[in-house]
Write a protein that binds this ligand. Structure first.
Ligand code: GDP
Ligand code: MN
Length: 397
């Protein structure tokens, strides 16, 4: 589950990670009120107004702006709230901004130059360990840094049984070229950041930039935080932070009925049991000249009710031109799945307007094919993988 920057920062702060202070506002007047309150704390009239949407690159898209007085806060907040912000990470039509973060300006001049670093915490799936990825090249596109100057990106892997060791935090501060007070601040920052990552059940923290202020404080200026969905049952406070407006409406509905569904851009809907088979099915669709419209794992119970729910979800996507059902009957018998499909189809009456190809393999597969073939419905059956691919090609032609 992805969070907004302001929510991610709240979590970081709750673990003692220093952040650029700020508060969320839903309209221009609230933004002014927040700015007044911040000025009481900081003594500064300068604030940044930051669009809160689930997408990075906001700065480039005009979603992050500096306001030097209350009039500018009001004007900029008014302009950003309600806009459709387009960044390299949004869909081409942009994302509607419902709220802004009004934050203290932390790029104030001083003895030293402010400096921006990159830092993320994530799981390295290859080694099965958490790692801290960091770079001196903060504030810009990390993908570009990785491509052009990969030697400027460092990794620090953490032994899960020991946790982050003090020498590792010092090594990170050292590799970032820090000394003195900034060095100490960075070791504290890294230590609390890692603790926050583990104890919040997150699966991604990306802090870009981490800022060294002109008076050598280290703080998170941006925060991309993603909490592991599987932990939300024991993190009710975080679960509350979900913003459904930021998520695909179909995915939200699928989650409610317990289906594992991911929206994609193609034209062939997929209904599959098991994630591995779902991946193979998507490959199959591509080989047949189609593009998968979704990833959908119906899980272990492919009964009529579940199949019907899955059909309904898939058909909400207007791009779907055909549906491929690919189910392996191991514990669940193919003939029962076939009956489920036939019942669901009959229940749904006219709402299914696209061809359906059903490939059932496993226990009672031949019997299942008979049930489909004898149902009198416009459903194409297949037993072999290739047969199913050929039928997809046929109906798309
Ligand atoms: P992103 O573009 O979506 O990644 O949003 P960020 O939160 O990273 O902000 C983008 C850029 O805005 C940062 O890299 C900074 O250069 C700038 N910025 C953020 N906070 C401040 C601030 O307090 N003062 C000034 N002057 N610039 C800021
Ligand atoms: Mn950023």
């Amino acid at each position: 589950m992805n969070l907004h920057e302001y929510q991610g920062k709240e979590i970081l702060a709750s673990f003692g990670v220093r952040i650029q202070r700020g508060m969320v506002a839903h309209n221009a007047q609230e933004a002014v009120d927040v700015a007044k309150r911040l000025t009481q704390e900081t003594g500064s009239e300068w604030h940044v107004i930051k669009a809160q949407v689930h997408a990075g690159g906001r700065g480039k898209g005009g979603g992050v702006k500096l306001a030097k007085n209350l009039d500018e806060v009001e004007q900029i907040a008014g302009q950003i709230i309600g806009m459709d912000l387009v960044t390299p990470q949004t869909p081409p039509e942009g994302k509607r901004v419902h709220q802004v973060l009004v934050a203290e300006d932390v790029y104030y001049p001083g003895e030293n130059e402010p400096d921006e670093y990159y830092m993320s915490v994530l799981l390295n799936r290859a080694t099965g360990r958490n790692m801290i990825m960091y770079s001196t090249e903060g504030g810009m596109d990390i993908e570009e840094v990785a491509e052009k100057t990969p030697h400027l990106i460092f990794n620090e892997e953490i032994d899960p049984t020991i946790g982050l060791m003090p020498f590792q935090a010092r090594k990170i501060a050292f590799n970032l070229g820090l000394s003195g007070m900034a060095f100490k601040e960075m070791t504290k920052f890294v230590t609390s950041l890692y603790k926050a990552y583990v104890e919040s059940d997150s699966n991604l923290f990306e802090i870009n930039p981490v800022l060294k202020t002109s008076d050598d404080k280290i703080m998170a200026v941006d925060a991309k935080v993603s909490i592991d969905d599987n932990s939300l049952y024991r993190r009710p406070v975080y679960a509350e932070m979900r913003d459904l407006r930021e998520e695909s409406a179909i995915e939200v509905e699928a989650r409610e009925v317990g289906l594992n569904y991911v929206d994609l851009d193609g034209n062939v809907g997929c209904m599959v049991n098991g994630a591995g088979l779902a991946m193979a099915t998507m490959d199959l669709i591509k080989m047949a000249g189609g593009e998968p419209a979704n990833f959908l794992d119906v899980g272990g119970t492919a009964d009529a009710k579940r199949v019907e729910e899955a059909f309904r979800i898939i058909l909400k996507d207007p791009a779907v031109k055909a549906i491929l059902v690919n189910i392996f009957g191991g514990i669940v018998r193919c003939d029962r799945v076939a009956q489920g499909i036939v019942d669901a189809y009959k229940n749904m009456g006219d709402s299914i307007k696209v061809p359906i190809i059903v490939r059932l393999q496993g226990t009672n597969a031949e019997l299942a094919k008979e049930i489909i073939d004898n149902s009198g419905l416009a459903v194409h059956s297949a037993v072999q993988f290739q047969e199913a691919a050929d039928k997809v090609k046929e109906v798309l032609a």
